[in-house]
Design a protein around this ligand. Structure first.
Ligand SMILES: [Zn+2]
Length: 337
């Protein structure tokens, strides 16, 4: 969740977003910036930060050096979360989805006149958290954009956003941040390269997750969940040990960690292992986890211990306990028998 109050005066993009950022600035200067942009990039790579920097830049009265100035009235308001022409849509507390009522409300916002008679910005982060009804409601404002209203959408996976929405946005693909860029950036928070390296490794190369493990209120739980999934993947923990470490986490967080572990394994696998029986089973398992995530998002309340154990057991059987002999996931550092 992005907190929109008590922001620093200036919201800058992250170092690895420099190229996308300079393109946006150029379009702004040339007056060719489309009214709807969809930022796509890996989970925990900082897409919402980019949307925030852009929203504040668009609302600022006196941008300077390609960033919001940090001192005009608009910047004060956007920094304290009280700017009437900025609307930030994200799943409400305890929910993982953006509801249709939230979107309808935002569409009404998008069609009315700006309070300051200038631009309005509507951010949806993440856009793939919309259900079909919510997406349909949003389409209206994408089809009939009001002048000087900008829609910024953020998503992890392009194809989880309906095609009707995608086709109306300029798609901005954000690169996977390089480790050295992440480490330089993390060092500013940790003050210690060794610690930055440990956190980034634990976070599977995802810099904002690494930062959260350093400073978030639930940092310990985050670390524990990551250690559990990595331990299972590396063959260092049993299913029960890993499930036990996930037991205190909200079920949606545990599912997210399991899905992340599977994606990490898939990313680290070569084409041959992806096409193998184990590879196919891993894709099916990911579908299954995503399905359970969807059910939980729409209010299902499964037995956490049971569902976590079942999913971890399947993951374990595909990676190591199976009898297929395929070595998918071998690149995650699993020791031999
Ligand atoms: Zn300003």
């Amino acid at each position: 969740m992005t907190a929109l109050t008590g922001l620093p005066a200036i919201s800058a993009p992250l170092p690895w977003q420099a190229e996308a950022w300079s393109r946006i600035n150029q379009q702004l200067e040339d007056n060719t910036l489309p009214h709807a942009l969809l930022f796509v990039g890996l989970q925990h790579s900082g897409k919402a930060r980019l949307a925030l920097a852009m929203a504040r830049l668009l609302l600022c009265k006196a941008p300077s050096g390609g960033l919001n100035c940090g001192s005009c009235h608009a910047c004060e308001l956007s920094g304290s979360g009280t700017h009437g022409d900025l609307r930030w849509l994200q799943p409400e507390e305890k929910s993982r989805s953006i509801k249709v009522d939230q979107v309808r409300d935002a569409v009404a916002f998008a069609t009315r006149t700006a309070s300051f008679g200038q631009r309005k910005v509507l951010v949806l982060a993440p856009a793939d958290a919309m259900n079909t009804n919510a997406a349909n409601a949003l389409l209206k404002s994408l089809e009939e954009p009001s002048v000087d209203t900008f829609l910024l959408l953020v998503c992890d996976r392009l194809h989880s956003v309906p095609a009707t929405i995608r086709s109306r946005c300029q798609i901005v693909k954000l690169p996977v941040p390089a480790d050295h860029a992440c480490l330089d950036w993390l060092d500013k928070a940790t003050g210690d390269r060794g610690e930055s390296e440990r956190l980034l490794q634990l976070a599977g190369g995802m810099p904002l997750l690494a930062e959260a493990m350093h400073s978030a209120a639930d940092a310990e739980q985050l670390i524990s969940m990551r250690v559990a999934c990595r331990g299972l993947l590396a063959g260092k923990l049993s299913v029960f040990e890993a499930a036990d470490m996930l037991a205190d986490a909200p079920v949606s967080d545990a599912l997210q960690q399991i899905a992340a572990a599977i994606r990490l394994t898939l990313r680290g696998s070569d084409r041959k292992s992806l096409g193998s029986e184990a590879g196919r089973r891993l894709f099916y398992l990911l579908d299954e986890v995503v399905g359970v995530q969807r059910a939980v998002n729409s209010g299902a309340n499964p037995n956490r211990q049971l569902i976590t154990e079942v999913l971890l057991e399947k993951l374990h059987s595909i990676l190591g306990g199976g009898d297929t002999g395929d070595n998918i996931g071998g690149s995650t550092g699993r020791p031999g028998p």
